[in-house]
Design a protein around this ligand. Structure first.
Ligand SMILES: Nc1ncnc2c1ncn2[C@@H]1O[C@H](COP(=O)(O)OP(=O)(O)O)[C@@H](O)[C@H]1O
Ligand SMILES: [Mg+2]
Length: 331
């Protein structure tokens, strides 16, 4: 793999607290890599170390194979977009986009050309003369993206760039950012706490917890074979069952609830009692109290509402899953 950036045994302490704990990470060139994990797991801190806003307490950061650990941000050639995209209100869109180029001493004519090019790329060429306040939130976000791209960065760093947008626009911008990444061939590192966003957008996904990397790989790889319970749970696996041979998990949509206690196909089969049924329009969530090798567990089955068995809380049932839908987990 051709690495655009590398973390080599990198840690970040804040006083006694370890925010990033000895991570080794390669960011593949020309790909979109996401850092995914719950709030506080060290995503932003990692990105800030890559950008040069924070020095690692320990370890090295390489950019294009060269040690950049102590290089200041402006020497790293990186473009960055934050959650709050802070445009200059008194400047036009073009001047906002050209701002980074002005700092780098690029001539006015070239600034205008490159700003126009970046604005085309994000689909805002027609709004070049506007001021930010005359733009929607989504458009402002694109301007921030155009501004980061205009400097032709070696790496584009995006920290939760979609989290201030409404749900619909957020989903639309996922494919926009992917398109821009494809068209430019830029190396992008995107921070998110949203697993759907990461699954949809990533070439490479890095799942973090408590300052450590839990698992890294292509989305289908990680999703298809989560390496531990935390990863599985974070990606939406709900049912964790300890069997005689180990810990297995199964997604709610693969757990079937039978309204009798007889059926027992190969795979998983557990008797239980329905404790809740939640109607959600297209589907139903059926909660079942069951027991595994260690004691009481809760199972959740997600079934299509139209073909769902008639069940009520208190009913005795059998929850089953075929062997092909069971995922073995390390503890
Ligand atoms: N400047 C700082 N001083 C002290 N603690 C910090 C500082 N920056 C981040 N932290 C702590 O480090 C941990 C990781 O933070 P952060 O990288 O922002 O997480 P994330 O972006 O994954 O939500 C959190 O517990 C946070 O409170
Ligand atoms: Mg953060």
């Amino acid at each position: 793999m051709n690495a655009a950036a590398q973390f080599v045994s990198v840690s970040q302490m804040f006083g006694d607290f370890t925010a990033v704990d000895d991570i080794d990470l390669s960011i593949p060139a020309g790909k979109l890599t996401t850092l995914l994990g719950p709030s506080g797991c060290g995503k932003t801190t990692s990105l800030r170390m890559l950008a040069g806003y924070t020095r690692p307490t320990k370890g090295q950061i390489l950019i294009d194979g060269v040690d950049a650990t102590n290089a200041p941000p402006e020497k790293r050639g990186l473009g960055m977009v934050f959650q709050s995209y802070a445009l200059f209100p008194h400047m036009t869109v073009t001047d906002n986009v050209g701002y980074g180029l002005r700092l780098r001493g690029v001539s006015k004519q070239e600034r205008t050309e490159r700003a126009a090019e970046s604005l085309e790329l994000v689909g805002l060429g027609h709004l070049a003369a506007r001021k930010p306040r005359a733009l929607s939130g989504g458009q402002q976000q694109r301007v921030a993206l155009a501004r980061a791209i205009a400097i032709r960065p070696k790496l584009l760093l995006l920290d939760e760039p979609l989290s201030n947008l409404d749900a619909r626009l957020r989903v639309q911008m996922r494919s926009e950012i992917r398109r821009i990444q494809h068209e430019t061939g830029l190396t992008v590192v995107l921070v998110t706490h949203d697993q759907d966003e990461a699954l949809e957008m990533s070439d490479e996904m890095v799942l973090m917890r408590d300052g450590r990397i839990m698992q890294q790989g292509a989305p289908a790889e990680v999703f298809g074979a989560p390496s531990n319970r935390f990863v599985a749970n974070f990606l939406g696996y709900e049912n964790f069952v300890r069997t005689l041979t180990g810990l297995v998990t199964v997604r709610p949509e693969h757990l079937v609830v039978h309204p009798d206690t007889s059926s027992a196909p190969a795979g998983l089969s557990l008797p239980g009692v329905v404790t809740d049924i939640a109607y959600r329009g297209v589907d139903l969530l059926i909660t079942v109290a069951a027991r595994d090798e260690t004691g009481a567990i809760t199972l959740i089955s997600d079934v299509r509402a139209d073909g769902a068995p008639r069940l009520a809380p208190g009913d005795s049932v059998t929850a089953t899953a075929s062997a092909s839908h069971l995922v073995d987990l390390a503890d």
